[in-house]
Ligand binder design. Structure first.
Ligand SMILES: NC(=O)c1ccc[n+]([C@@H]2O[C@H](COP(=O)([O-])OP(=O)(O)OC[C@H]3O[C@@H](n4cnc5c(N)ncnc54)[C@H](OP(=O)(O)O)[C@@H]3O)[C@@H](O)[C@H]2O)c1
Length: 291
């Protein structure tokens, strides 16, 4: 048996890709994915017992209350899961590398193209929980935080990625409003998984940004996806974040990723560039094969 890695949130969007791509990107590791059924973050004692029994050599922490609105609606639960459970897990992993998936939502989005050293200023509760957890995790010099932004891919129940959200809305016969003035740097989950495996293996802890090299508005993302999703045809409508209701959303969360790029064996692509390459290969759009 090789060293053992645990992935929490293994039934979630990114955790699932991490587990499924491990044979390719971390073949020497024995990777164990823990879904909520196997590791409930709010059951502290059981969580402790499970981690101690498994004796991991690396833990990648993906489990979270990851929906912005859910965090706004239940801030106590959001804090328990995103901050307290994360801090507790990090503590249990005191002696080993621990990789925590955070979010660009720690920024207010007023400027865009953020670097790791830029001042964080979250505008919603989700971002606040992520920032607090980051700061606590990074107190341990062996630990790593990766801020990601918008992730494309397929999930077990088809209800996790932004692409799935758009398609579900369209299939329900509703229009999908896409803001022309809200910007992100999306990446497919398969690319995120490869980058995280490479980072986790190179023993360079610290804070990293991981986003696509193209900054796109929500509207531009919809246009880029149209050729693959006929159900979106005629359903996309332009909107403005000025009219947004609900939890506050940062306008521009594009991230500079030079620090991480310097450690990776591949170039982090832009979203449209990645889609164009994919069409040439004629594969399933979001499969688990090489990004
Ligand atoms: N996807 C993105 O665009 C994005 C962007 C920025 C940051 N992130 C961060 O990246 C990480 C992974 O994101 P993701 O997209 O894979 O999220 P996800 O699909 O929502 O997966 C999170 C997983 O955590 C599990 N979970 C929630 N509460 C739990 C609890 N109390 N105990 C145990 N497990 C629990 C969920 O279980 P259930 O399946 O039962 O709900 C889910 O499987 C998260 O930290 C997220 O905040 C994601």
């Amino acid at each position: 048996m090789g060293p053992r890695a645990i992935v929490t949130g293994a039934a979630g969007l990114i955790g699932r890709y991490l587990v499924r791509t491990a044979p390719r990107w971390a073949p020497d590791l024995e990777v164990q994915g823990l879904s909520r059924a196997k590791l409930e973050l709010t059951e502290t004692l059981k969580m402790e017992a499970r981690i101690r029994a498994l004796k991991p050599d690396l833990l990648i922490h993906c489990a979270a209350l990851s929906r912005i609105n859910a965090c706004e609606q239940d801030p106590d639960l959001a804090r328990r899961i995103n901050v307290e459970a994360t801090v507790h897990l990090a503590h249990l992993c005191n002696e080993i590398p621990f990789v925590f998936l955070s979010s660009g939502e720690v920024f207010d989005g007023a400027r865009g193209w953020y670097r790791e050293g830029d001042e964080a200023n979250p505008v919603n509760f989700y971002g606040k929980t992520k920032l607090e957890a980051e700061q606590r995790v990074l107190q341990n010099p062996r630990h790593t935080v990766v801020r990601i932004v918008l992730t494309a891919g397929t999930s077990r129940n088809g209800d996790r990625s932004f692409v799935e959200d758009m398609c579900r809305t369209a299939k329900a016969g509703k229009n999908v409003t896409l803001y022309v003035d809200e910007f992100r740097c999306p990446l497919p989950a398969v690319v995120i998984a490869r980058a995280i495996w490479e980072l986790a293996r190179c023993e360079r802890p610290g804070l990293y940004h991981l986003g696509g090299s193209e900054r796109l508005s929500r509207w531009e993302m919809g246009q880029a996806l149209l050729p693959w999703y006929p159900e979106l045809e005629g359903r996309l409508e332009r909107g403005s974040a000025q009219n947004h209701t609900g939890a506050p959303r940062p306008a521009d969360l594009s991230l500079r990723c030079d620090k991480l790029q310097g450690l990776l064996s591949f170039r982090i692509p832009g979203f449209c560039e990645w889609l164009a390459r994919r069409s040439q290969r004629g594969r399933d759009l979001w499969d688990y094969a090489s990004p």
